[in-house]
Design a protein around this ligand. Structure first.
Ligand SMILES: Nc1nc2c(c(=O)[nH]1)N[C@H]1C(S)=C(S)[C@@H](COP(=O)(O)OP(=O)(O)OC[C@H]3O[C@@H](n4cnc5c(=O)[nH]c(N)nc54)[C@H](O)[C@@H]3O)O[C@H]1N2
Ligand SMILES: Nc1nc2c(c(=O)[nH]1)N[C@H]1C(S)=C(S)[C@@H](COP(=O)(O)OP(=O)(O)OC[C@H]3O[C@@H](n4cnc5c(=O)[nH]c(N)nc54)[C@H](O)[C@@H]3O)O[C@H]1N2
Ligand SMILES: [Mo]
Length: 604
């Protein structure tokens, strides 16, 4: 559900070894029933060929569909009452809601069919298939990047609890089989730590840069709201917090002019700080909107190390510098060391702990080596590892390969409680009830999003912005690879055949997609592989705004998306909640800056 592993597994947050993909080949061969619930016929659905059934709900309606399935289970007495009693809290309150005792609306399969566009019979059949087989509900994250996004995964976990298979091999639910080799067994390994953010903290094994030591942190998806409303109070996960007054921004290692929703609103807010500095390796849209740009080295210009496989810790890899830093480029590490010194005399030594690049690498390696020793993994000394310049493969662990998530909880929920306040699966959360958020009630709830098919005016279509196959977000949009997917020299827009026909649009046409927030030029890809009433422009296209018309000449999806939070609980990005109109573009055709740059480069 909302799940595109064949695409998203190709990228990981350390180095990818694509080993997660192997399991999808095995699944295809196994003869097991695979069902994909996605408004788009994804690369994954194509991969499974005739071994998959494709169910296409309208975007953003999954909660209603899951409730239709849950209701069918209750109606037929197919929900696992013993499991619900023993391992969950608050099921009764949820069931009362499901049966309409709370709001007078029974969440039947017919009710769900009206909202999702999936026939009631098909919803009932899913309930039957799920409850009479060992069923694993696998979900991606795109369905969470929507208004009320928290509800999707909460409802999936609730349905899995009703099926009663959580903690059994091949049963229950999983939310990260699609990224970073999730599902690939964890190896016995020496694991690399990272540089610590806390002063004098040395190296750290966790991502403490994200949480600790900051004077004031706020969700990155709320940056524009923060810039617009300095000093204003806001709610986040049960706490009242205050947006800081931001006078200066130093931005490193992120591309907010592509990743953030509602580009035009961002551009306005970006004028507020007195100074914006950006550390970048490319001349991105964000770089163009900064006061000072510091050119940074790529990983080819510096020494580093990485693990592969993420959760699996499969390999430790040396990454030796291959070329001298180009032009004026410097390493992030050196830039930050200088900045530390500028802030306070002696700051450099505090920041670097007196260590050079190679000292840090040696220290990280030795820490991994020490951990490896505990796990009985032999690793050569750093000098030999670095000179040999070869990756180390970590040890396969049979027991880890047989790991079943939540099996220990299932075996003994008292001795192995979950991390929730009650230690159980919370279908009703007293904690969340206490927050009193109407955008995130205390049990999974169907709420109509502000912008979705139900609120669409004549001619409006639902915009999805899934992750692109040939890019990591915005990275590589500048590369020649763009020619593989660009249509009419722009980002492609997938349009359902009927929607295209109604507007006289054919594949290859230039299309203008627009709403009150902005307009973009895109290239039409007309297909039956997308639910009627919805379109998709992949996220990550660089904005390239025409100074005269304000139209994005490259097709950056976030020019159109809306900058609202998922809810006050998570304050995450809700990029997949936007309505747009499309029309065949017949005006003067503006050149695209990216293809101009590419042509210049190939002529050099
Ligand atoms: N190639 C590539 N791989 C990547 C990335 C990349 O940019 N490129 N990014 C990485 C990162 S940082 C992340 S967070 C992950 C993202 O991983 P995900 O968030 O899971 O990826 P998405 O592409 O947003 O969505 C996956 C699927 O959800 C479908 N979908 C969209 N809306 C709905 C809906 O309302 N209902 C249902 N049922 N389905 C819906 C889309 O059509 C798509 O097939 O991928 C990682 N891997
Ligand atoms: N509409 C829509 N928007 C989305 C999403 C969506 O599904 N739809 N997905 C969201 C998700 S899940 C994510 S994770 C975000 C991703 O948002 P980002 O992580 O901001 O996306 P990237 O394009 O990968 O940006 C990385 C930037 O870092 C630069 N960089 C690379 N290496 C270095 C380095 O060594 N040093 C420095 N200083 N810079 C470097 C790159 O050139 C690039 O500009 O986007 C979000 N935005
Ligand atoms: Mo992400």
């Amino acid at each position: 559900m909302g799940y595109e592993p064949l695409n998203t597994l190709k990228i990981a947050w350390s180095s990818t070894d694509c080993s997660g993909l192997e399991f999808f080949h095995q699944l295809k061969k196994s003869g097991k029933t695979v069902i994909a619930i996605d408004p788009m016929r994804s690369e994954t659905i194509d991969f499974f060929e005739d071994k998959i059934q494709w169910v296409a709900p309208r975007p953003m309606t999954d909660v209603a569909m899951l409730m239709g399935i849950a209701h069918t289970l209750v109606k037929n007495g197919k929900h696992d009452k013993a499991f619900l009693d023993k391992y969950t809290t608050g099921y009764d309150q949820f069931e009362a809601y499901l049966l309409g005792k709370e709001d007078g609306v029974e969440k039947t399969s017919e009710w769900a069919a009206d909202i999702t566009g999936v026939p009631a019979k098909q919803i009932e059949l899913l309930a039957e298939i799920f409850s009479s087989n060992r069923t694993m509900l696998m979900a991606g994250w795109g369905i969470q990047r929507q208004q009320f996004g928290e509800q999707r995964h909460w409802m999936i976990a609730t349905l899995a609890a009703m099926l009663g298979q959580i903690g059994l091999p091949g049963g229950g639910f999983g939310f990260s089989y699609h990224y970073s080799n999730g599902g690939n067994p964890t190896r016995d390994a020496g694991v690399l730590p990272a540089i610590s953010a806390s002063i004098g903290g040395g190296s750290s094994a966790g991502n403490d840069w994200a949480v600790s030591g900051a004077v004031n942190s706020f969700p990155v998806a709320r940056i524009v709201e923060a810039l617009e409303n300095p000093g204003q109070k806001y709610q986040h996960n049960g706490h009242e917090k205050t947006f800081p007054e931001i006078k200066m921004i130093w931005w490193a290692g992120g591309a907010n002019f592509t990743h953030h929703q509602d580009t035009n609103r961002l551009i306005k807010a970006w004028q507020k700080p007195e100074l914006i500095v950006i550390s970048e390796i490319y001349w991105t849209a964000a770089a163009k909107h900064a006061d000072i740009v510091l050119p940074i080295t790529t990983s080819f210009e510096r020494n580093d190390m990485t693990m592969t496989g993420d959760y699996s810790n499969q390999h430790l890899v040396p990454m030796k510098q291959v070329v001298e830093p180009q032009g004026e480029a410097r390493n992030d590490f050196d830039v930050f060391a200088d900045m530390a010194e500028m802030i306070k005399a002696g700051g450099r030594d505090v920041y670097t702990e007196g260590k050079s690049e190679m000292d840090w690498l040696k220290g990280f390696y030795e820490s991994a080596q020490k951990g490896g020793r505990t796990a009985r993994v032999r690793m050569p000394n750093f000098g030999k590892f670095w000179d040999d310049n070869e990756l180390i493969e970590m040890k396969f662990n049979k027991k880890a390969a047989a790991f079943v998530r939540h099996a220990d909880f299932r075996a003994d929920p008292v001795m192995n409680p979950l991390g929730t306040p009650s230690g159980k699966i919370e279908i009703y959360s007293k904690t969340i009830e206490g927050y009193g958020y109407d955008d995130c009630p205390a049990h999974p709830t169907w709420m109509e999003p502000t912008e979705f098919f139900g609120s669409a005016k004549e001619g409006e279509l639902q915009l999805m912005t899934a992750h692109a196959a040939h890019r990591l977000h915005s990275q590589f949009n500048y590369a020649k690879l763009r020619e593989e997917y660009a249509i009419a020299d722009r980002e492609p827009i997938s349009i359902n055949t009927e929607d295209a026909k109604a507007r006289g649009i054919q594949s290859g046409d230039l299309v203008r997609a627009f709403n009150d927030r902005g307009q973009v030029l895109v290239g039409a890809l007309v297909t039956d592989g997308i639910k009627q009433g919805s379109v998709c422009i992949h996220e990550g296209g660089w904005p390239d705004l025409d100074p005269e018309t304000g139209m994005c000449r490259n097709g950056g999806a976030n020019v159109l998306t809306s900058d609202i939070p998922t809810s006050r609980l998570a304050n995450g990005c809700a990029a997949n909640s936007a309505l747009v109109r499309i029309e065949k573009y017949t005006g003067k055709v503006p050149g695209s800056w990216l293809s101009h740059r590419l042509r210049m480069r190939s002529q050099k």
